[in-house]
Design a protein around this ligand. Sequence first.
Ligand code: PLP
Length: 397
Amino acid sequence: MLSSSVGKSSLMETTRRPDIVFVSGQGSWLTDSNGKKYLDFSQGWAVNCLGHSPEIVARAVADQARRLINPGPAFFNEPVINLADLLVSKSCFGKVFFANSGAEANEGAIKLARKWGSKHKSGAYEIVTFVNAFHGRTLATMSASGKAEWEKLFEPKVAGFPKAKLNDISSVEAEITDKTVAVMLEPIQGEAGVIPAEKEFLQDLRELASDKGILLIFDEIQTGIGRTGHLFAYEEWGIEPDIATLGKGLGGGFPISALCAREEYCCFEHGDQGGTYNGNPLAASASLAVLKRVTERGFLQDVRAKGEYLFQALEKIADRIGSVRGRGLLAAIVLKNPLAGDIVADCLKSGLIINAPKSNVIRLSPSLEVTRSEIDLMAEVLLGASKNINSSAMYMD
Ligand SMILES: *Cc1c(COP(=O)(O)O)cnc(C)c1O
């Protein structure tokens, strides 16, 4: 059925993909059209927080699909009401708006902050964001991002996103003017190579935002829903943002994202925000199934314990090739040499999926249900690949 050269399909070419077609997945494992199995430590870039095709999500979606797929966003439906209640009860936020992708949730956060600025801060609209930040691929979220490679793309950008440096509070202070309405950041910069914000920096940022009367926005699209061993990463630092966005793990692979805000900042008026698929019961039922599992007693404790086990395994490998950073089950090895792409390709050949957000950074974001023996197996393959690549790199020199 499939042509032998899948790379020449009718799909628009937007990235380089290997000649592999995946046909099924279960937990930490994917199977391609030749029957080859792969251990997946990327999980769609931290999306499948319960692994591939978890039974509870599959059942929730199938049941909901038979009952009601989409009454339209102008009406209430039961799953979306329950999901909003659940997120509010587990967080510091008062209300939630649902969307379909991370970028769309971040667009919502930007719009909400600008709306609040127009109503309560004399039209202030600038949002301080960060060098190397990643907030998505719409025009506004690309403008809010700080990827050097994007600087010249799709000009002109959306204005109003001055850039500060992560973990440098004076660089934030320097960008704040009477036009500033918010500061927006990832508590751990994901695409930049898993770079955590420091506790003291985040506490200073919280204080600064409160003093200046501006909003603190956390993009928790990659860090949220248990990824770092807490339901939300902000819990770890003992501070609370005013607005946060969720995506990726929220639907366990099903497309859904959320814009969460403290009640006093929920200032959208009718018609300001919406979307055809936003808050549909099918996506909400997938997310309810995910959250039911992730909030089970002991689940996040187990994620933290497995995170420690993962970091121990990585430290042993990294001794030879670089250093390890991250939190919970979001981990990176920072290599001494820019060989991440080669290591990722060698692992893929051996049936291990990991990814390289930077030429010198390998990122791992396995299922939160990953087992210790799967971590052992990953470490074995990764060690082999790092030996292969390092020795051939030395040979080439
Ligand atoms: C993935 C990601 C996004 C974008 O999410 P999409 O669903 O791809 O639009 C935004 N912010 C962060 C931190 C992300 O990791």
